[in-house]
Design a protein around this ligand. Structure first.
Ligand code: CUK
Ligand code: CUA
Length: 657
């Protein structure tokens, strides 16, 4: 099938295309043209029984949980598939007024960093924890791109359980990649920085980029039972810009692969800078060997300053620990650990097929998709088929590692996922389509338009040994005319595609939150049975818990007032509070005494320049308030919890000092 996009691709002079891609002009042109015939193209791509395929009848559950990154919302949104119903929005690197995350005294510490309290980040890649190379549904690891952090979400509670800051890193983009049994969660830096081995960064001229800047790859150890993370060591690598990571499986499971760009080390990404090299690199790192080097004394130590924030289960309170040093390896000192494979310039996605044999590298500006062979890569190392070295890292000959090139795939290949039935699917940003090709002969067999400008795509389990290849989710950067207009600011859009047959068929469009970059999905039957329904009140060890109304009280120490309050249908206790003065620091510690599923209570007081807190059954949450003026301040439960919800209220009297 020849789409508008393929025609365009075939006919356009290459140089003009590159310029257009860089300027983003192509994308606009494409979208506009497609917009005008979108109805017709959509109709032909649409499955004839799309409605029944995505219809989950009221009262029934979806087959899959999907976790979409929220990009600049700093959150993760959870959708049921195939319905596309939004189930939950999980704040990670954001304050969330809806439930008080990042506002309550219990959760604030989660957002501490060496830069101070940073309640925002750019969350790109969710990755489910793994067992034997398969997703196990216990935890979801996500990256904070901007102020380098990795977080772990606990999928029993769908809450952020832990955030670890990464020193010596800037732009934590190729992250996080959990190895096949979560031995490590690996996170690579995007920006290189001038590292000072005495800790932190040096004050050097930006013109010294090529000599002075370095990147880092962080190895975060994960406790196999509890999931607790710990930064074990880092590899300091040549200062290219590291973009994306993915790991091997089966024969290649000891390896993790990173695409890099700016290998010219120009320090500026003006077209003449980063893209003057005809090829950039795929960096291959043997993580097992790296761990062995680190264990066997090759690692040195340098001072560092980074935060590790963790939720304590018994008190349901986040605590920060400041770490003071980090161990590191220098890539060039560790033979056999790292190699560079020439890749098309400005590569983006790197994806390894389910067998672990093929590494697919998508170059945004490339006209073909190279597929590298893991066994050829191993042979090339054995037979020393090197093409010199770069910053002390051996470079392999392109031909010695290449299996095949997927020809004429479309424009702007970004990411590839697999269906486990011998097919690969690559997203084409510029030509706005998903292209299906065969792993047997690397030939394109099908393509489907998507609206518009797709970034990542996701097949449930599509990055594991055994994909669950029934659906494909396209995450699109531009929505334009797909929904009712909402002014200049539009939501982004996901599209669900049926990949069970030979031809891809469109099933559903649904709006998303923030900018979804990547997503993961897993069978609901793995996650749902472990979902926690309530917090057990008798296990609540919060220092200000009141386990019954009799133990509530108001106490004062200097100008700090602690209110131990309970909430149960249908009253807050105590409900009339006096003795507070202007300028006091008041802490409302509210315990929800309910032990039934889905009976939260909320708490808010007039004028508090904070948020409400939403308290789950059995938990205690604290709202801090410093009254600025005298008066009588009503407070109330914010969550409609029973017929007498409106009766859950009270007053606090604030007297002049
Ligand atoms: S991504 Cu982060 S720029 Cu292609 Cu994984 Cu969107
Ligand atoms: Cu409790 Cu409304």
């Amino acid at each position: 099938m020849e789409t508008f996009a393929t025609k365009l691709w075939k006919n356009a002079p290459k140089a003009a295309l590159l310029v257009a891609v860089a300027a983003g002009a192509m994308l606009q042109g494409c979208s506009n043209t497609k917009g005008s015939d979108a109805t017709g193209a959509t109709a032909s791509a649409l499955s004839s029984d799309a409605a029944t395929q995505v219809y989950v009848k009221p009262g029934s559950h979806d087959e899959l949980y999907s976790f979409l990154s929220g990009g600049f919302s700093g959150q993760v949104s959870v959708y049921g598939l195939p319905s596309g119903r939004l189930l939950r929005n999980i704040p990670v690197f954001s304050q969330h007024a809806e439930n008080g995350y990042g506002y309550s005294e219990e959760s604030k510490a989660m957002l501490n960093t060496s830069h101070g309290f940073v309640p925002w980040d750019d969350l790109h890649h969710p990755k489910l924890s793994r067992k034997d190379g398969m997703t196990d549904g216990r935890w979801l690891f996500v990256n904070g791109n901007n102020t380098p952090r990795v977080a772990r979400i606990d999928l029993t509670t769908f809450e952020t359980a832990e955030i670890i800051e990464l020193p010596n890193s800037a732009g934590n983009h190729c992250s996080p990649y959990p190895t096949n049994n979560n031995e490590y969660v690996i996170a690579g830096t995007r920006f290189s920085v001038p590292l000072d081995m005495k800790g932190g960064t040096k004050d050097v001229s930006l013109a010294d980029y090529a000599d002075q800047f370095r990147g880092s790859i962080s190895f975060i150890k994960v406790d196999p039972d509890k999931g607790d993370m710990d930064l074990d060591f880092q590899i300091l690598v040549p200062g290219f810009d590291y973009d994306l990571a993915n790991g091997g499986k089966g024969p290649s499971e000891d390896w993790v692969f990173f695409t890099t760009y700016n290998s010219e080390k120009a320090g500026t990404l003006k077209e003449v800078g980063a893209s003057q090299n005809d090829k950039d690199y795929l960096a291959a790192v043997n993580w097992k060997l790296a761990a062995q080097y680190a264990r066997e004394g090759k690692a040195r130590e340098m001072p560092a300053n980074y935060y590790h924030n963790k939720l304590d289960k018994a008190t349901h309170t986040a605590k920060s620990t400041v770490k003071k040093k980090v161990r590191y390896l220098l890539a060039e000192e560790c033979p056999g650990m790292m190699y560079l494979l020439p890749a098309p310039k400005s590569p983006h996605g790197i994806d390894v097929d389910p067998s672990g044999e093929y590494m697919v590298v998508s170059g945004k500006l490339a006209s073909a998709i190279p597929v590298f062979s893991f066994s050829k890569f191993q042979n090339a190392i054995k037979n020393k088929q090197f093409d010199g070295e770069k910053n002390g890292i051996p470079v392999l000959k392109y031909e010695s590692v290449l299996q095949a090139e997927v020809k004429e795939p479309g424009l702007g290949p970004l990411h590839t996922e697999f269906d486990g039935k011998g097919n690969a699917y690559t997203s084409m940003f510029v030509s706005s389509e998903v292209v299906k090709w065969k792993l047997s002969d690397f030939k394109v067999v099908d393509r489907i338009p998507v609206y518009y400008s797709i970034g990542h795509l996701m097949i449930p389990g599509g990055d594991t040994k055994k994909p669950h290849g029934k659906y494909l989710l396209a995450m699109n950067k531009i929505t334009k005319d797909r929904y009712l207009p909402t002014g200049p600011e539009l939501t982004q859009s996901a599209q669900l595609i049926d990949i069970s047959g030979e031809k891809m068929k469109l099933l559903l469009d649904f709006p998303t939150i923030g900018e979804p970059h990547y997503a993961q999905a897993i069978q609901a039957s793995i996650v749902a049975p472990k979902s926690v329904k309530i917090h057990k009140l008798d296990e609540n060890r919060h220092p200000y818990v009141a386990k019954n109304e009799a133990s509530t009280d108001v106490s004062r120490k200097g100008n700090v007032v602690h209110v131990k309050m309970t909430a149960i249908r249908s009253h807050l206790t105590p409900d009339n509070i006096e003795g507070v003065q202007v300028g006091d620091t008041v802490y409302f510690h509210v315990t929800n005494l309910e032990q039934d599923w889905d009976v939260p209570h909320g708490f808010a007081i007039m004028g508090a320049n904070n948020a409400e807190t939403l308290i789950m059954p059995g938990a205690t949450q604290t709202l801090k308030w410093i009254p600025k003026k005298a008066g009588v301040f009503p407070f109330y439960c914010t969550d409609f919890c029973s017929a007498l919800h409106q009766e859950m209220q009270g007053y606090m009297r604030v007297s002049p000092k």
